[in-house]
Design a protein. Structure first.
Length: 533
């Protein structure tokens, strides 16, 4: 009896047959089904297709095995083999899980691991007699510090790295409590696959910061695994130095840092305001290798006939390239209450540069404003009585006049609307160009006066605004290669041990002559010179 299958069923069967034939066939085998704990075996996977090296996902092996150096071979043009040395970490029946290769999966294999040292195969590693006693596996946790000498209250980066298989529940390490210092986690751990403890395996890295509170020798004992207190990282000894006598501020103002910058921005950007109109000052205080708690709060200035109050504060910090970047943003409101000329006083912040080991001052210059009231003469004239005129009795006259008025209003709206749309569209670009021009003027003024420290700060502020990214050293500047001699001269004038007669005009002239850097941004179509301000 012949059974006729419907057409859709035939199509489905054909599709299943095609997809099954297209999937790669995987064959997996081990060189030993039984081995002792501490021995290794070789697991070979072969696919009947020419695949790339990263087609195999070995992450399921990290839980129960230590993985050796993986090798990939191509026995033929249509075959790919992965040779994986494996060392089980537990005894008993251990399953080599199914591994995904391209669109296929291998079959799981079960091996037997004995908890004794007899019956080692040819691949076994025979320990010397002095090591036959049981020892806890080593190198499952390691720690590092960023420096072995620091000042009091200086931020020290402390990282703890552990093998992910060391704790199946992914518990964080146990950090020791140290008298005279605080240890604080700053970010979530980062996962990675790397050579750790001479094996390719998954790792977890936990970042911390250490802030010493006393001077002298600070001992950081080793961190421990939460699941095994026998696994301890190395201890570290840090020499904590006192506040140097060359610091310009008081002990309460002591602020060690790798870099402090302070900037302000006014809204609206004008020096002329109306009486009662609020002025917003946005101050950004940034510290490199500082916490937000170390950055000081800024007190409100006191100005006669001007009402001043805080309008909020924002704190943020993040770890970038091994450095803790903290930022405080203050919003201050100034409302002049009389027709006066007033000045917002300058602001100075003393700090200690831990890189150049010298005292420095971050400051904001004084800013002057003129507040004036609106003239009232027009209102008085309008209040005077005006003789009433008799309305013409001709209704046609008023209709024609109304049409003319409406026509004029329509023409004005038609002319003004595109102009306002263009201004609205380009307002941010014009504002950025104006800010860049102001920063360029400050840099040029500092270069003209040959004030090396002022030029150093103004150069980084202008470059950061110009390329919309934060620069922390001269080597990161896009024009460092072309102006290397000028920038090195500036660095020597700022941080050199002896005083140097530095000429800032050469630097500003070189910046004006430099060509447009195409790798950073495309030149403007209207011929705008990116280094003109």
């Amino acid at each position: 009896m012949i059974v006729k299958l419907p057409y859709p069923v035939l199509c489905g069967l054909a599709f299943i047959w095609c997809t099954s034939s297209n999937a790669a066939q995987i064959n997996g085998q081990v060189d030993s089904q039984t081995l002792s704990l501490g021995d290794s075996l070789t697991y070979t996977l072969t696919a009947d297709e020419n695949l790339t090296e990263d087609a195999l996902d070995i992450r399921p092996l990290f839980r129960d095995f230590i993985i050796g150096n993986l090798q990939v071979t191509h026995p033929s043009a249509t075959e790919t083999s992965w040779i994986i040395p494996l060392q089980p970490v537990t005894a008993g029946e251990v399953t080599i899980p199914a591994l995904k290769i391209a669109d296929s999966e291998s079959q799981p294999l079960i091996i037997t691991v004995d908890d004794n040292k007899q019956g080692m195969n040819s691949n076994s590693y025979i320990q010397p007699p002095s090591e036959t006693e049981y020892q806890a596996p080593t190198h499952l946790i390691e720690s590092q510090i960023s420096t072995e000498s620091a000042y009091r209250n200086e931020v020290i980066t402390y990282t703890v790295k552990m093998a992910k298989r060391a704790d199946p529940q992914n518990n964080p390490p146990v950090i020791p409590s140290v008298q005279g210092a605080t240890i604080t986690p700053i970010e979530d751990p980062t996962e990675d696959k790397e050579i750790f403890a001479d094996h390719y395996q998954e790792t977890l890295t936990y970042p911390y910061i250490v802030i010493p509170e006393t001077t002298g020798s600070l001992k950081l004992t080793g961190s421990m695994l939460a699941s095994d207190n026998k696994q301890i990282s190395s201890e570290h000894i840090i020499n904590i130095k006192p506040i140097p006598a060359a610091f310009l501020g008081s002990d309460k103002e002591w602020l060690p840092s790798s870099g402090i910058t302070i900037e302000d921005r006014w809204e609206p950007q004008t020096s002329y305001v109306k009486t009662g109109q609020p002025l917003t000052r946005i101050i950004t205080l940034t510290g490199i290798n500082n916490t937000t708690g170390q950055l000081p709060d800024l007190a409100l200035p006191e100005i006669s006939d001007v009402r001043i109050y805080n309008d909020g504060q924002k704190d943020e910090q993040q770890l970038q390239n091994g450095m803790l970047i903290s930022r405080k943003t203050f919003r201050q409101i100034f409302i002049p209450e009389k027709n006066i000329t007033f000045a917002v006083p300058s602001l100075h912040l003393n700090w200690w540069n831990t890189i150049s080991d010298r005292a420095q001052v971050a400051s904001l210059e004084e800013r002057k404003f003129l507040a004036s009231v609106v003239a009232t003469k027009t209102a008085k004239v309008a209040a005077d009585p005006v003789p009433a005129k008799k309305a013409p009795s001709n209704a046609h006259y008023w209709t024609a006049l109304l049409l003319k008025i409406l026509t004029a209003i329509g023409v004005v709206i038609a002319l003004v609307t595109p102009l306002l749309a263009v201004i609205w569209y380009y307002r941010k670009r014009l504002r950025n160009r104006y800010e860049r021009y102001q920063l360029w003027k400050i840099l040029k003024q500092a270069c003209t006066g040959s004030d090396a420290l002022a030029v150093y700060q103004a150069l980084f502020v202008w470059a950061s605004h110009r390329w919309d990214q934060q620069f922390t050293c001269a080597e990161q500047l896009p024009f460092y290669t072309q102006l290397r001699n000028e920038l090195e001269g500036l660095h020597i004038a700022c941080f050199g041990e002896s005083e140097v007669n530095w000429n800032g005009r050469k630097l500003i002239q070189a910046l004006g002559r430099i060509s447009v850097i195409k790798t950073v941004s495309e030149p403007a179509k209207d011929g705008f010179d990116e280094f003109s301000y």
